[in-house]
Write a protein that binds this ligand. Sequence first.
Ligand SMILES: C[S@@+](CC[C@H](N)C(=O)[O-])C[C@H]1O[C@@H](n2cnc3c(N)ncnc32)[C@H](O)[C@@H]1O
Length: 221
Amino acid sequence: MRAIKNSCVMAADELGGNPSPWVRRFAGMIPAGGTTLDLACGGGRHARLLAVLGYRVEAADRDTAALAALARVDGVTVLEADLEGGAWPFCGRTFSGIVVTNYLHRPRLAGLLAALANPGVLIYETFMLGNARYGKPSNPDFLLRPQELLGRARDAGLRVAAFEEGRVDRPKPALVQRLCAVRGDLDAPLDQPPTICRATSSTPPGVRSSAVKTCGVPKLR
Ligand SMILES: C[S@@+](CC[C@H](N)C(=O)[O-])C[C@H]1O[C@@H](n2cnc3c(N)ncnc32)[C@H](O)[C@@H]1O
């Protein structure tokens, strides 16, 4: 195995799929030091991204098999929980960064926004109304209404750093809404890629060295 120090070394395989460009763009705004949350993390592509950027991550989902693989990742703690039924598992806790992608459960949205620390950064991206013409999800319960994330973030007292809604063609045609919002007086650069990197001691298992790239930002295939 090839030893690599002080570099961000990451391939899509190791991240459990390609992180969303939206999350990659804003992840570096999350303040250092606290714990971040990847809510409904699935395979954990964003939990892994956050971990490799040097953040402590809690990754929550009900999918036991996905969490089992994620639990082996340095810097990631997994929480198996039903995020929709029963008690809210994050009661009384706050997170310096919250990432949610491709997931919406409206009844818990206010509680989720309240769990953003001060200072803290929320990065959210999921499908919106109209997506049914492209495929799933098509149930309106799982689709944001026009401008909904924007309104919810402002109602929660967050400052909106970036918001977009509309059609994307990759990774598949879909109608999405994306938000990055900040709580508190956070002086984080908008225009610099994330550079905090966890030192990686060796080429990750199962990743061919030819597939590995090194730089200040995680490189994805
Ligand atoms: C479409 S996947 C998105 C995964 C990940 N955020 C991503 O974008 O790669 C939705 C995730 O929500 C999780 N999920 C759905 N309902 C849930 C619930 N009631 N409690 C916990 N997790 C749930 C699923 O297990 C799944 O991993």
